[in-house]
Design a binder for this molecule. Structure first.
Ligand SMILES: Cc1ncc(COP(=O)(O)O)c(C=O)c1O
Length: 318
C-alpha cells in the first residue's frame, strides 16, 4: 500500500562538489544551510530501460532542468552549469553507473553555507545522484483521502518551485494518509479547491472532458501533466480544461487519476472512502497509461523528442 522508497547505493557514481565521485565518498557538513533550513531545490527525472535496444531512455531531460533553473531562481541559487551541461553531466553519470533497469535521477541544488543564520545569501552547491526505481505506486488503482493538511500557498512557500523545504507539507500529508490506511493524499488549496496529490498532479474525467486544476492552484507545474494534456488532445481528441475543481467533484467524477514522474499515470479508484466511477481503472486513464509508456519508453517515433537514449552495454558499470 502507498508509495515505496528506493535506496541509493554508496558504490554508484554521483556528481558533487564539481566532480564525479562515488556517493559513499561524499562529505557534507551537518551545518549545511539547506539541511538546517530546507533551502534547496530538486528535480526527479526518470530513465526507462529498454531490453530490446539496450538503452536507457531519459524522459524529458531538458524540461526538468528548465524547471530546475526556475526553482533555483526562486531561492537565489546560482547554478554553476548551463542546462546543456547539466544534461551532459546526467548522461555521464548514467553511462558510468550503467543501470540496466528503470532509474530515477535526482538533481539537487542548495545553499551550502556552513554558518548559522536564515537568509538566501551564500554559496550554492549542486549534487546529482541516481537510484533504481520501479513503480513508485501501484498503477491499478489508488485509494486516496483529501488531506487535513492544506497545500502551502504561493504567498508562503511556493509550490511552483520544487523546493526541498516545502516537502514537509507533503510528508505530513503522506504520513497522515498512510496511517489512516490510504495510498495517497490529495491537497486542497487554502480556499478549499483541489490542488494536487502528494507528489503528482490530478486529473478528473467528467462528461467526456479532462479537467485539471490550473497552475494558480498551488501546484507544481508538472511535466507529466503537460505530457498527459498533449496525449489527450492529440491522440484521443479529448478536450482538456484547466479550471478550479471543488472537492465533491472528485466524488462525482467518472474517473480520477494522478500524473507525475514518480507516480507515472496512476488511476484513483476511491476518494475519502467513496468509489470513483466503477471503482476500477477507467478507460481514459487506461488508454493514457498505454500511450504514455509507449512514448516515455522510447518506442514511438512521433514522440522521439521526449527522450534521450543512453547506450548501456552489459557489465558497463565502472
Ligand atoms: C508536488 C508535486 N506535484 C506534481 C508533481 C509531478 O510533476 P512531474 O510530472 O514534473 O514529475 C510532483 C513530482 O515531481 C510533485 O512533487
Amino acid at each position: 500500500m502507498g508509495s515505496k522508497a528506493f535506496a541509493a547505493n554508496d558504490a554508484e557514481w554521483c556528481f558533487h562538489g564539481g566532480e564525479l565521485q562515488k556517493l559513499g565518498e561524499v562529505r557534507l557538513s551537518p551545518a549545511t544551510h539547506a539541511l538546517n533550513y530546507g533551502t534547496g531545490v530538486f528535480e526527479g527525472i526518470r530513465a526507462y530501460w529498454s531490453d530490446e535496444r539496450g538503452t536507457l531512455q531519459v524522459l524529458k531531460l531538458r524540461e526538468h532542468y528548465e524547471r530546475f533553473e526556475k526553482s533555483c531562481r526562486m531561492l537565489r541559487i546560482d547554478l554553476p552549469h548551463t542546462i546543456d551541461e547539466l544534461c551532459d553531466i546526467t548522461l555521464e553519470i548514467l553511462k558510468r553507473n550503467g543501470p540496466r533497469e528503470d532509474t530515477y535521477i535526482r538533481p539537487l541544488a542548495y545553499k551550502g553555507a556552513t554558518s548559522v543564520g536564515v537568509n538566501l545569501l551564500g554559496e550554492s552547491q549542486l549534487s546529482i545522484f541516481t537510484v533504481p526505481m520501479g513503480n513508485y505506486v501501484e498503477l491499478t488503482g489508488l485509494k486516496c483521502c483529501v488531506s487535513s493538511w492544506r497545500r502551502t500557498p504561493d504567498t508562503s512557500i511556493p509550490a511552483r518551485g520544487k523546493l526541498t523545504g516545502s516537502y514537509i507539507n507533503t510528508a505530513l500529508a503522506v504520513d497522515e494518509a498512510h496511517r489512516a490506511g490510504y495510498d495517497d493524499a490529495i491537497f486542497l488549496t487554502q480556499d478549499g479547491h483541489v490542488s494536487e496529490a502528494s507528489a503528482a498532479n490530478i486529473f478528473l474525467v467528467r462528461k467526456g472532458q479532462l479537467i485539471t486544476p490550473p497552475v494558480t492552484a498551488d501546484i507544481l507545474e508538472g511535466i507529466t501533466r503537460d505530457a498527459v494534456m498533449e496525449l489527450a488532445e492529440k491522440e484521443m481528441e479529448i478536450p482538456v480544461i484547466e479550471r478550479d475543481v471543488d472537492r465533491t467533484e472528485l466524488y462525482a467524477a467518472d474517473e480520477v487519476f494522478l500524473s507525475g514522474t514518480g507516480f507515472q499515470i496512476a488511476p484513483v479508484v476511491a476518494v475519502d472512502g467513496r468509489e470513483i466511477g466503477t471503482g476500477s481503472i477507467g478507460p481514459v486513464a487506461e488508454r493514457l497509461q498505454e500511450l504514455y509508456f509507449k512514448a516515455a519508453r522510447g518506442g514511438w517515433d512521433e514522440y522521439a523528442g521526449w527522450t534521450v537514449a543512453v547506450e548501456v552495454a552489459e557489465g558497463a558499470r565502472q
